[in-house]
Design a protein around this ligand. Structure first.
Ligand SMILES: Nc1nc2c(c(=O)[nH]1)N[C@H]1C(S)=C(S)[C@@H](COP(=O)(O)OP(=O)(O)OC[C@H]3O[C@@H](n4cnc5c(=O)[nH]c(N)nc54)[C@H](O)[C@@H]3O)O[C@H]1N2
Ligand SMILES: Nc1nc2c(c(=O)[nH]1)N[C@H]1C(S)=C(S)[C@@H](COP(=O)(O)OP(=O)(O)OC[C@H]3O[C@@H](n4cnc5c(=O)[nH]c(N)nc54)[C@H](O)[C@@H]3O)O[C@H]1N2
Ligand SMILES: [Mo]
Length: 768
């Protein structure tokens, strides 16, 4: 095995260089970048077949984002960041027993997450015994026995926590939640708790279904698309192709963002020759450079303008829709119109940082548009008031009947490639009784009805010493969760931590008393048992379910499929009755069970074999039926709220660079924003910087301010003067997670407020 771990750069020697931000996204640089990443990591023999199979019918689903594949696919249906995601998985580099023998855990702890991830794919199970300094190899049998023993030894099933990250397939997710429930717990936190939970909470309450209501066709057919709190050029690059297509049909686009993100300015589509040269398609017609956390105020203001026009007798509302399909309109309208005009606009301009004129222009564009889609992501979901904000987006759409007809609807754009499917399969700490009833009937088990821990509550329970076993199906819990210091302390109080992983990460070096790393097959890997190739399914952001077939020969026989890990545990703990765990080696059997439990999956095996897969039913979209408490689409009165930022502080949002996938750092090149060779940067508006005495290029500590008095400090960030909205700053996740207080969460959804952290600045030395 090659020794490659000494020559890796470690961004402990972070030396950010700053150039001008880009005016457009994709084009030739994106193509070159994809090729380079794939070649560096995987080489041509693994890289080329992987790229050719990516997102093709019969190939595998991109492990990047959850944006759907168009029906007519290009030869190369991927984007630069999808290519990087595949390159990370398909890499030839490996991490085995010799690596762990060379590196004590204490040394690995000092390494950056970037360095850890660059070491390669995990190839064999490793065990860190109590008090040991090094991980040592362990056989699969012994590892699984050990987990089973610790689970059996718990005082209560609720002493176990089962985390899921959103790359897990439907089949693995279904088996995994079944295992947890047969054991007797609903402690099934997942990455969604930190991601789109606010969307789910708001949409279930108002529309009755916690998912997006649009298809790709709807995006193409919309007259107006509002993209709020999302950076698709980096995080959902294939969405730009859809926006471009819409644009060519005459769609107008409003972008709502504190940052002028390159992807939303102009897009040079690398799928067409015209995109490789020239300036590309201008995407944004109107840019609302909103203050961080100002979206509730913005959507309320547009809604109020619509209501006022209606009172003046203008035909701006879809009265028939409102009367026939909605509930709560009068209360909503009364509450929104209550505030005196002057106060309302003074507050709105303050909270949004936008002018009344600009907001009136948005209202005018709304009225001029027959069909409207609103897309959003983390810029809307990770605030204290995220649920009311998204409810207000729903109000906005309901006013003109923009739900349940072509070209219109809600479009929360999901993150992980199967995060939506995992939830559909029952990965949820607060499952509906109807789901558990169906599960119990299918398997003859008795699922617990008491709700379990979400991510934040799981950390609290670990911190109190209540968790004996923490099991993670993928992900990087320690680095992705808020309040790194608090989360690390909590993790260290667990008895056994188990990580089913593809790559090394920080969660392997901050462990319970005992720890296991179990290497899993990834999406791109061939999954063959007894000479038969198995395949899985995933659900994208628009509720389309389709098959995914791995194509690459696994680098090691020591990697197990996620389903097999769960199956082996199930067999060990419960035998083969009433649940026949052994039989689930055949994924068709799992799909048959899913068909018996989850509505919309009838004939799952047949439908999943159709090229392109099938669409799940969505009552509001399909039939304008709203399975809410009132049986109608609910208007809501959401009041007013905007984060308060004391004098001398800024509101920090923590976001992704162009060169990372969540906690996996691909490189140090945030190309579109002009930041290179380092990640410890904080983007500050030049006016704010002047007032705060922050020179461009100066180094500063970011110090979080939160009511519990605990010091939260992220040291030595280079100040970058950047055209972000006044009053707000931006820095990368996960370096800044140390600043996000565990107890600062969104109302209702309990999502950490990663996009609104009050910080002050303390001068610091430039790193050596
Ligand atoms: N290449 C790549 N692709 C990814 C990921 C990745 O890390 N890398 N992550 C995946 C995952 S899990 C997810 S959830 C998605 C995330 O996709 P995004 O939500 O696009 O990710 P973020 O980088 O968090 O960007 C948030 C955007 O919201 C803006 N914003 C911040 N605060 C506010 C606000 O208060 N109001 C408004 N209107 N805007 C605001 C920011 O300026 C930024 O443009 O991407 C998925 N795809
Ligand atoms: N401050 C701040 N914090 C945030 C966010 C933010 O915007 N700001 N965003 C939040 C969001 S939206 C999300 S979704 C979470 C992400 O939280 P997670 O999903 O927990 O984190 P990831 O970084 O996506 O997980 C990466 C790890 O997953 C493992 N992995 C990758 N592919 C596979 C696979 O196929 N199988 C298995 N078993 N393992 C695999 C690898 O070992 C890799 O190291 O972070 C959240 N945290
Ligand atoms: Mo996410």
């Amino acid at each position: 095995m090659t020794h490659h771990d000494s020559d890796m750069p470690d961004p402990a020697q972070d030396a950010p260089e700053v150039g001008p931000p880009k005016k457009s996204a994709a084009g030739i640089p994106a193509v070159l970048n994809s090729v380079r990443h794939v070649n560096d990591q995987a080489g041509v023999r693994r890289g080329l077949p992987a790229m050719l199979a990516l997102n093709q019918k019969g190939g595998f689903d991109c492990p990047g984002c959850a944006w759907p594949e168009p029906d007519k696919r290009h030869k190369a249906e991927f984007c630069e960041n999808g290519a990087k995601a595949v390159a990370e998985e398909a890499t030839r580099r490996t991490v085995g027993a010799d690596f762990f023998a060379r590196h004590p855990v204490a040394e690995l702890f000092e390494r950056s997450g970037y360095w850890l991830g660059q070491q390669g794919r995990l190839t064999e199970p490793m065990y860190l015994a109590e008090g040991a300094t090094h991980y040592e190899p362990i056989s699969w049998d012994r590892a699984l026995d050990l987990i089973a023993d610790e689970l059996r030894g718990l005082d209560s099933p609720d002493g176990a926590v089962f985390y899921t990250s959103g790359r897990t397939s439907n089949e693995a997710a279904f088996a995994y939640q079944l295992f947890a429930r047969q054991l007797g717990t609903n402690n099934l936190p997942d990455c969604s708790n930190m991601c789109h939970e606010s969307s789910g909470s708001a949409l279930v309450e108002t529309l009755g279904v916690g998912k997006g209501s649009v298809s790709l066709e709807d995006v193409y057919e919309a007259d107006l698309i509002i993209v709020a709190g999302q950076n698709p050029g980096t995080n959902h690059p294939r969405m730009l192709s859809a926006l471009e297509k819409a644009k060519r049909r005459g769609t107008r686009i409003i972008t709502v963002n504190p940052l002028p993100e390159a992807g939303m300015k102009a897009f040079r589509n690398p799928q067409y020759a015209r995109g490789l040269v020239g300036r590309g398609t201008e995407l944004t017609d109107l840019f609302a450079q909103i203050r961080v956390g100002g979206d509730l105020a913005l959507f309320s203001a547009v809604n109020r303008l619509l209501l006022e026009a209606d009172r003046r007798g203008e035909q701006v509302l879809d009265r028939t829709f409102v009367e026939e399909f909605t509930h709560g309109f009068e209360d909503f309208a009364e509450a929104l119109l209550a505030e005196p005009e002057d106060e309302f606009w003074a507050r709105t301009e303050r909270d949004t940082g936008l002018t009344r004129e600009l907001i009136e222009e948005i209202a005018a564009m709304t009225v001029a548009s027959e069909r409207i889609v609103v897309c959003w992501a983390m810029g809307l979901t990770q605030h204290k008031h995220s649920v009311p904000t998204i409810r207000e987006v729903v109000n906005f759409l309901l006013l003109r009947g923009n739900v349940g007809r072509p070209g219109a609807g809600v479009c929360p754009v999901r993150g992980h490639s199967n995060v939506q499917g995992d939830r559909t399969m029952g990965i949820f700490e607060r499952p509906a009784d109807s789901f558990l009833d169906a599960l119990d009937a299918e398997f003859g088990i008795e699922s617990p009805r008491e709700h379990g821990h979400d991510t934040v509550n799981a950390i609290r329970a670990m911190g109190r010493g209540e968790v004996g076993v923490f099991f993670a199906m993928g992900g990087n819990f320690v680095a992705a969760s808020p309040d790194t210091g608090v989360t690390e302390e909590a993790m260290r109080r667990v008895g056994l931590t188990v990580h089913v992983s593809t790559k090394l990460n920080r969660s392997h070096v901050v462990t319970g008393a005992r720890a296991l790393i179990l290497p899993a097959l990834a999406r791109s890997d061939r999954d063959v048992v007894g000479g038969r190739a198995r395949w899985v399914t995933v659900e994208d952001s628009m509720g389309l379910v389709h098959a995914s077939h791995g194509v690459l020969p696994p680098l090691s026989e020591g990697m197990y499929a996620e389903v097999d890990i769960v199956r082996e545990l199930g067999r060990r703990l419960f035998g083969d009755s009433p649940v026949d765990w052994d039989a689930m080696a055949d994924y068709d059997r799992i799909r048959d069970h899913v068909a018996g439990v989850v509505p919309g999956f009838e004939d799952f095996n047949a439908k999943a074999r159709r090229p392109g897969g099938f669409a799940l039913p969505h009552a509001p979209r399909d039939d304008r039926k709203f399975p809410t408490a009132t049986g109608l689409a609910n208007f809501t009165a959401n009041g007013t709220y905007a984060p308060e930022v004391p004098e001398g502080r800024l509101l920090l949002q923590t976001l992704r660079s162009h060169d990372q996938y969540n906690t996996t750092i691909y490189g140090l090149d945030d190309r579109y924003r002009g930041i290179h060779n380092g990640r410890r940067v904080v983007l500050v508006n030049p006016e704010d910087a002047r007032e705060l005495g922050l020179a461009d290029g100066a180094y500063t500590d970011l110090v979080g301010e939160w009511s519990d008095g605990r010091e939260r400090r992220a040291p030595r960030f280079r100040v970058v003067h950047y055209p972000t909205a006044r009053g707000s700053a931006a820095a990368y996740y996960p370096e800044t997670n140390v600043l996000v207080p565990l107890d600062s969460t969104a109302d209702v959804s309990n999502t950490p407020t990663s996009k609104s952290v009050v910080v002050r600045f303390e001068p610091s030395e430039q790193p050596a």
